[in-house]
Design a protein around this ligand. Sequence first.
Ligand SMILES: [Zn+2]
Length: 205
Amino acid sequence: MIIKNKTASFFALLIILFIGYIIYWGTTKPVSVVIQAGHEGRTTGNTGAASKLFHEEKWNIYVANAVAKQLRGWEIDVKRVPAHVRFTRAKIAVSIHFDGATNPCASGASIGYPSKDSHAFAQRWKKLYAGYFPFKWQEDNFTANLKEYYAYKWIRANKFLVLELGEITCEEQTTWLKPRLKKIAHLIAYAIATELGENIRKPNF
Ligand SMILES: [Zn+2]
């Protein structure tokens, strides 16, 4: 009887370990693309830039959803994540943000990335978006938030870009940005798909 119980316990343990392994594998399985909406779901801490009219988080969510939808439409697997991230592996990770400035219109678009592995992709994005976005650019990694973005540790991606798509505290920029958010999302999706080697036609706006 004792032996039988021991055998049963052993198999029960084996099954628990197996289920645990499947859950672990499911949550850490590499995906092609991770898209993050910056500040999404944060109620304290860094809740994002805001002006009287607009809040960065809302725009981030809108753009991130549109990018994810477009990529899925091209049959690319996407994991859409909020500000709170768990350990994830991906080929490409892109975090969507809009900048804020104490002096309105002192900022513009910029890019953050963790290492030189992402540098070439960052320059390709800059070239693409600079052909469309008519305002100023900041240097790459010009703030600590871009250079040492907290999610670099959690999302292990071959290439990781944090995109500041413009300045939400600059009226001139928001007037231009607001009606173009969907097009900008399309441009981001195109840049990601191309980086993955997909043959997608370049959107012309
Ligand atoms: Zn932000």
